[in-house]
Structure formats: C-alpha cells, structure tokens
Design a protein around this ligand. Structure first.
Ligand code: ZN
Length: 332
C-alpha cells in the first residue's frame, strides 16, 4: 500500500476504533470504498484533504503551545477565536460538528472552560487535560474562594508541564512520531525557561514600593507569584457577576491607599470598570494585557512566548516608568 494511503487508513482506523462494534460493522464497507475512491482526499477532518490527525484546543494560547509540540505532524486548531472570552464561551453547532471530526481535544482544566464538560459529553473523541500535574494556586476572594485559579499558563514553568502532557497525548495519538514530539517538546521547554528568566529579569526592575499589579480579572496570580508582585484585581474570574460596585470600590481604595502608579485590563473584557478606577483615583491606565487569548497574527501577541514578553514589558514600563512619567508631566 502506498505510504500516504497507509497513513490515511491509520487515521481512519483510529477514528473507527472509537465507534461501537455495530457502527463499525455497518460503516466498514463505506469507509473502504471512500478510501479507495478519494485516496483520503475527502478527509473527514475537513482540513482540506490533509490526512494529518486533527487536534482541537479550547483556546488560542493552548493551540500555539500545541503547535510547537506537534510541529508539522498534526493539524492544530483552536475552538475559540483570537479575542474571544473563553470562560463562559457558548459553543456553536459548527464547533460541535468540527469537534466531532477531531482526533483529540485539549482543554486547560482547573475549571477554566465552564462550557467544556457539556461540550465533550456527546462527543466520541478523546480529550486530555493539559494542566494535569500543575500545582494550582487558590483563588482568595469572592465566591470563587478556595477554588483553583485556572490561569496556570501565566507561569511559563507550568507550561513546561503542559508540554509534557501534550507530548504524552500526541504520542498516544500518533506513536510513529513519538520521537518528533519529544524533541519538539524539549526544544520548546528550553524557550519557556528562557522567557521565564526574561520575564523575571524585566519585572525585577520595578521598584519595591510600586510592585502592585492591578488588573480587571484575577488572572495573573501565577505571574505575580513568579515575579514577586502583589496581585490586586476587580473580579476573580470572568463571569456574569463581575465588576460589582463593591468590587470596584475595593480596587479604588487599594489604588488610593498604595498610590499605585498604573492599572491594567485584559484584551478579552471591557476596560470600563478599570477606567472608573482610573477616574476615581487619578492613576494611569497602563494598557491592555493578554492572558485568555492571543491576538490575531498581525497583532502584538501572535504566540504564547510573545504574550509573556508583551505583558512583562508593559507592566515593567508602566510601573517602573511611573516616576519618570510623573516628572515629565510637570514640564510645561
Ligand atoms: Zn481568565
């Protein structure tokens, strides 16, 4: 059998193995016929005739990390698009159709994707939780108190564990390429260590009395821990009940009491509540941070490594540059 046909047959067999015996018996002839007629050109993944196994991730950050591990051996796509709000996302019928044809689905876990359990319930597709083995930090405020903070990827060292989980899941999916996934994973883990070191070195430049990171969502606990910043937020996790008057008042009081030089908000939510804090305190709006989504390819953070570099740079400039900014502002 030609190699590409053999490969097609393997992909089909894998999908097949997940079906019931009755379904397999009934569909066997059809698949054989379809394989011989199309030579896999009409791949069920709908990815343009490419016979690579298809991996779907729940959001863009995971897709980029997964692509680094998969190399050119798997097709990786994100269910949610760049800029989407991911916690309370509502999957479309198109998402469900797409997922039903995938070979593997990766989710973050730690209660990040509130919609995910129901989403995969009716699907006959394996999934892997990439945060497995990460030591989760707890949320300390609001109704989420004591629950794990899901944003574990905001520590690049946690992402090294994500990579290990991806290597394992991809190897189960496509054992022939086990060595490739392992080598890709090791190379990417070295880049993660480098970006972690860069991030810490950059944020070490923020003076001790200005080391408070005030954001909309409490999504930066892991980064703040690694970089030695105090984390303050308006709400704990993006949800319907966010930015209550009490939460905004709490942030205003903190900013005033600690003379916080700059505050931030994230790309996937409205910054209106934080602008209220700015208006009430006279602090500076430090800019848009990325956490729950990458930007589009031509935006500031097309990759996860860019996301960490961008956020570290923005926070450092806004907090450490505050004194210089204040001096400049007094000039005529
Ligand atoms: Zn979030």
């Amino acid at each position: 059998m030609p190699k590409f046909l053999f490969r097609c047959a393997k992909v089909a067999a894998r999908r097949f193995a997940r079906r019931s015996a009755a379904f397999r018996a009934a569909a066997a002839a059809a698949v054989v016929l379809s394989l011989s007629l199309t030579a896999c050109g009409g791949d069920a993944s709908g990815n343009g005739g490419d016979d690579k196994p298809v991996v779907l991730t729940t959001f863009t950050v995971l897709a980029d990390i997964a692509r680094n591990v998969a190399g050119d051996k798997l097709t990786v796509e994100s269910i949610t698009k760049a800029g989407a709000e991911i916690h309370g996302y509502e999957p479309t019928p198109g998402d469900i159709r797409k997922a039903s044809k995938a070979d593997l689905i990766l989710d973050n876990g730690l209660n990040l994707e509130a919609w995910f359990a129901q989403f995969v319930e009716g699907l006959d597709v394996p999934h892997a939780v990439v945060s497995e083995g990460v030591e989760a930090m707890s949320i300390s405020e609001d109704s989420y108190q004591g629950k794990p903070n899901p944003h574990a990827w905001m520590s690049p060292l946690n992402v090294q564990i994500y990579v290990d989980n991806m290597v394992k899941a991809f190897t189960e999916l496509d054992p022939d390429n086990a060595d490739v996934f392992k080598a890709n994973g090791d190379a990417y883990k070295a880049q993660l260590q480098a970006v972690q070191d860069e991030m810490k070195a950059s944020l070490a430049g923020v003076p001790e009395n200005q080391r408070a990171l005030v954001t909309c969502e409490g999504a930066f606990s892991y980064l703040a821990r690694d970089a030695g910043l105090r984390e303050v937020y308006i709400w704990a996790v993006n949800a319907e009940q966010q930015a209550t008057p009490q939460q905004i008042t709490r942030a205003i009081e903190y900013v005033k009491a600690n003379q916080v030089p700059a505050v931030f908000c994230e790309s996937t939510v409205s910054d209106a509540p934080m602008q209220q804090v700015v208006g009430a305190t006279g602090t500076k709006f430090g800019g848009v941070l990325y956490v729950d989504s990458l930007s589009e390819a031509d935006g500031p953070v097309p990759t996860y490594l860019d996301l960490i570099r961008h956020d570290a740079d923005l926070i450092t400039k806004a907090l450490a540059g505050a004194s210089a900014g204040a001096t400049a502002a007094t000039k005529p």
